[in-house]
Design a protein around this ligand. Structure first.
Ligand SMILES: Nc1ncnc2c1ncn2[C@@H]1O[C@H](COP(=O)(O)OP(=O)(O)OP(=O)(O)O)[C@@H](O)[C@H]1O
Ligand SMILES: [Mg+2]
Length: 232
C-alpha cells in the first residue's frame, strides 16, 4: 500500500558532515503495522515526512497505492495525500485558534454530515468528549496527541503515518491511542510508526530496527530487518 525504495535525503551539517537517511527501502501493506525503531537523530521523522509526500527525497521513490508520489505534480500530490494519508506529527501541529473539534475536522475532506459524525465518534473513542470545545493551548500533551490522531483518521485514510504518537502519554492513554491505531490496521489500513521506545512493540506486526547515527549517517535497513544497501 505504501512503499519506498532507495529513499535518500541528505542534510549537510555545519561542520561539513551529513545527516539524514540513505537508501532506505521498506513497505507497509494493508493490515500491517510497521514499527521503525531507532535512536534520536537517525532519520525517523525524515523518513516519515518523505513517505507522506511532504519532503522530496534526493533519491529513491515513494509509491502510495501504486502511484509515484514524487513523480506527479504538487496539486495531484496534495490531493493524494489529503485523500489517502493520515499523519500524526511528532509536535502535534494543531491549529492554536481552533477548538479540538475544529482541529479534528481539519483532517476531513469536507464538512459534511458524515465527516462530522466520524469526528464526533473519534473524539468520544479517544476520551476527548469533555474537551471538544477546548483550544489546544489549554490541553494536556496527551490530549493534544489524541486530537492529532483523531485529525489523522477522520478523513478515512488508507495509510496512517505516526511520528512518536504517544511520546507524551502515560501508559493508560498510550494504550487508548495504540488500540485505536490497531483497529485502523485491522480494518485494512497500513500503519507506519516511528519511535525510539519499545512500548508499541506488542501492537506492531513487523519491527524495523534502524541503526544509529554512526558514520557516515542515517540508517539503511530493509523492512524485514536485514541491512540494506548504501550508507553502510
Ligand atoms: N532541515 C534540516 N536541515 C538540516 N539537518 C536536518 C534537518 N532536518 C533534520 N536534520 C538532521 O537530520 C538528522 C535526522 O533528523 P530526524 O528529525 O529525521 O531524526 P529523528 O530520528 O526523527 O530524531 P528524533 O527521534 O529526535 O525525533 C538529525 O541529525 C537532524 O539534526
Ligand atoms: Mg523525529
Amino acid at each position: 500500500m505504501i512503499a519506498c525504495t532507495g529513499l535518500t535525503k541528505v542534510y549537510r551539517t555545519r561542520d561539513g558532515g551529513e545527516a539524514g537517511i540513505r537508501d532506505v527501502s521498506m513497505e507497509a501493506r494493508g493490515g500491517e503495522w510497521v514499527l521503525v525503531r531507532g535512536p534520536s537523530g537517525c532519520g525517523k521523522s525524515t523518513l516519515l515526512l518523505a513517505l507522506g509526500g511532504m519532503l522530496r527525497p534526493d533519491g529513491g521513490e515513494v509509491r502510495l497505492g501504486g502511484l509515484d508520489v514524487y513523480g506527479m505534480g504538487p496539486a495531484e500530490r496534495a490531493r493524494l495525500r489529503a485523500g489517502s494519508v493520515g499523519f500524526v506529527f511528532q509536535l502535534f501541529h494543531l491549529v492554536p485558534y481552533l477548538t479540538v473539534r475544529e482541529n479534528v475536522m481539519c483532517g476531513a475532506l469536507d464538512g459534511g454530515v458524515a465527516a462530522r459524525g466520524r469526528a464526533e465518534a473519534l473524539i468520544e473513542e479517544l476520551g476527548l468528549g469533555g474537551r471538544r470545545e477546548a483550544l489546544p493551548g489549554t490541553l494536556s500533551a496527551g490530549e493534544k496527541q489524541r486530537t492529532a490522531l483523531a485529525r489523522a483518521l477522520v478523513g478515512g485514510p488508507m495509510v496512517l503515518l505516526a511520528d512518536e504518537p504517544t511520546g507524551n502519554l502515560d501508559p493508560g492513554h498510550s494504550r487508548v491511542v495504540y488500540e485505536r491505531m490497531a483497529r485502523f490496521r485491522k480494518d485494512g489500513g497500513a500503519v507506519v510508526m516511528v519511535t525510539h521506545g519499545a512500548d508499541a512493540n506488542g501492537f506492531a506486526t513487523r519491527i524495523v530496527e534502524a541503526r544509529g547515527t554512526g558514520a557516515p549517517f542515517g540508517f539503511g535497513v530493509a523492512a524485514n530487518g536485514t541491512r540494506h544497501g548504501g550508507g553502510l
